[in-house]
Design a protein around this ligand. Structure first.
Ligand SMILES: Cc1cc2nc3c(=O)[nH]c(=O)nc-3n(C[C@H](O)[C@H](O)[C@H](O)COP(=O)(O)OP(=O)(O)OC[C@H]3O[C@@H](n4cnc5c(N)ncnc54)[C@H](O)[C@@H]3O)c2cc1C
Length: 465
């Protein structure tokens, strides 16, 4: 029986890899709309520096990360991996810009006991407040409301809101608490407070440690903070593509699907070339939004898929032939309360050194893209805004020696309040209607690369044939 995978991003390429591993004789076809695989992962290599136009680093912690490291090892990329240790300045120094000043966020135990602006009290006092706070039974709420209720508005405004901008370019006032703080949310519901839950959990029996492969063992012993690839993140999807091709996966680019007919016994994909591709089983790794626009005749499913919102992010990579940064840091984020037209700036040349030069990435838009830039801003306007903010905040007046502007349309899903229920309903619809369809990718259970790879792995693990 053949399977078709729609989408050649990291989710689709991982799905193909796991499928081939599980079913050596299966006919697998992967269809990708653009002229390259990799999706949002795109690295442009220049002489001495790389412009990462989408993601740049991967987190090495947790089971999903261990799974990614397993895959990296399996496809022979171990020697390409580089990392930032936990004691690197870029790992220790993460900043927020509040009231015209860059503030370093607390990163050590001792900083819990001292007052660190923009917070007006030592962090330990917010923890005491949380411990004493009465609990409230709720099914779901925004991460902003949850943190404000438990710790107060300063933590919600200056720690959580910029963090949500950094992770999903979203508004913490809309994003579900379960997106990032699910365990803390359930601790409050179960124990009455997060701090009480934390103390109780210390005495709980710890789960059996997972057996680690070489890379995951190294990540632990060398205390990695984040990892990346020395030639850019795109080597990851490129190598997966190569391995899949060697393993007889039929990978076709320039194959844009324009509509999908889904029946219990057959799936028909109509392509923009007027061709049809028929299969007994479809694995859709494209975004829920795009999928909702393709499916014919399942109005309830379409409605559920399209109810997951997406935001557009503008990524501006800048290269200067001089050293301009005064701080050694990962970069800074801007709390939405500041009402500025950028989300934050990554100090690439601090994370990935570049002799005598400076590389920066300015992230703009996200939830606020239309508010600040309208429907179709020109590249010139976007660049002007970015450079003006760099001048105001970092006092950088120089013009970049080279730059790249990319507007990534609808690139990050927003897990708004009620997201988990929406995803459950989507899976239930597919099951109840016995549709030969599996979904993976970042629209459902996590927005990062580790989530994408893990979604492919768990989806394939569950397949019977
Ligand atoms: C600006 C930015 C920064 C990020 N930074 C990080 C980071 O530092 N670390 C991290 O872990 N994650 C980061 N992420 C998230 C990460 O990029 C995603 O988790 C990951 O790339 C998603 O991969 P995917 O395969 O699920 O989806 P995609 O990359 O969207 O791939 C889907 C593919 O499907 C194709 N497709 C779409 N429609 C059709 C169609 N009709 N027919 C055929 N093919 C179609 C598309 O062309 C695309 O290639 C970032 C994302 C963005 C946008």
């Amino acid at each position: 029986m053949s399977k078709v995978i729609l989408g050649g991003g990291i989710s689709g390429l991982s799905a193909a890899f796991y499928l081939r591993k599980k079913f050596p004789l299966l006919s697998i076809t992967l269809l990708e709309a653009s002229n390259r695989n990799g999706g949002w992962i795109k690295s442009e290599k220049h002489d001495g520096y790389i412009f990462e136009q989408g993601p740049r680093t991967i987190r090495p912690h947790g089971n999903k990360a261990i799974n990614t490291l397993d895959l990296i090892e399996d496809i022979g990329l171990t020697n390409e991996v580089e990392y930032l240790p936990k004691n690197h300045p870029a790992a220790l120094n993460r900043m927020v810009y509040v009231d015209g000043v860059l503030h370093k966020l607390p990163s050590s135990f001792s900083s819990l006991l001292t007052k660190n602006p923009p917070f007006t009290k030592p962090l330990v006092q917010y923890l005491i407040k949380e411990f004493r706070q009465t609990s409230k039974t709720v099914h779901d709420e925004s991460i902003y409301d949850f943190v404000k209720r438990r710790f107060g508005s300063e933590i919600a405004d200056y720690a959580i809101s910029p963090l949500i901008c950094g992770i999903c370019a979203g508004d913490a006032k809309r994003i579900s608490v379960k997106f990032l703080l699910e365990n803390l949310f359930y601790d409050e519901q179960k124990y009455g407070s997060i701090t009480k839950g934390f103390i109780k959990n210390i005495f709980k029996k710890q789960p059996q440690p997972v057996i680690l492969n070489t890379l995951a063992r190294r990540a632990k012993s060398e205390k990695w903070n984040v990892f990346f690839f020395k030639d850019g993140l795109e080597v990851f999807p490129k190598r997966l593509e190569k391995v899949n091709k060697e393993n007889n996966v039929d990978i076709r680019v320039n194959q844009s699907c324009t509509s999908i007919e889904l029946n219990p016994t057959k799936v028909t994909l109509h392509m923009d070339s007027n061709n049809k591709v028929e299969t007994r089983h479809l694995i859709a790794t494209i975004s829920a939004k795009k999928l909702s626009e393709l499916i014919i005749g399942h109005a309830d499913l379409t409605k559920l898929l399209s109810s997951i919102p997406f935001v557009t992010v503008c990524v501006i990579n800048l290269h200067y032939k001089t050293e301009l940064l005064k701080q050694e840091a990962f970069g800074f984020l801007i709390p939405p309360k500041e009402n500025l037209p950028i989300l934050g700036v990554i100090f690439d040349s601090c994370c990935f050194p570049c002799e005598g030069c400076t590389n920066l990435t300015v992230m703009m838009g996200g939830h606020w893209f239309k508010t600040f830039f309208g429907e179709n801003p020109t590249d010139e306007h976007l660049l002007d805004v970015a450079l003006k903010q760099l001048e105001d905040i970092l006092k950088i007046k120089d013009k970049p020696n080279s730059f790249k502007i990319n507007v990534l349309k609808n690139c990050i899903p927003q897990y708004i309040v009620g997201h988990n229920e929406t995803v459950d309903k989507i899976h239930k619809y597919v099951e109840d209607n016995k549709l030969p369809l599996n979904l993976c990718g970042t629209s459902y259970n996590g927005v990062g690369i580790n989530d994408a790879v893990y979604s492919a792995k768990t989806m394939v693990d569950k397949l019977q044939n």
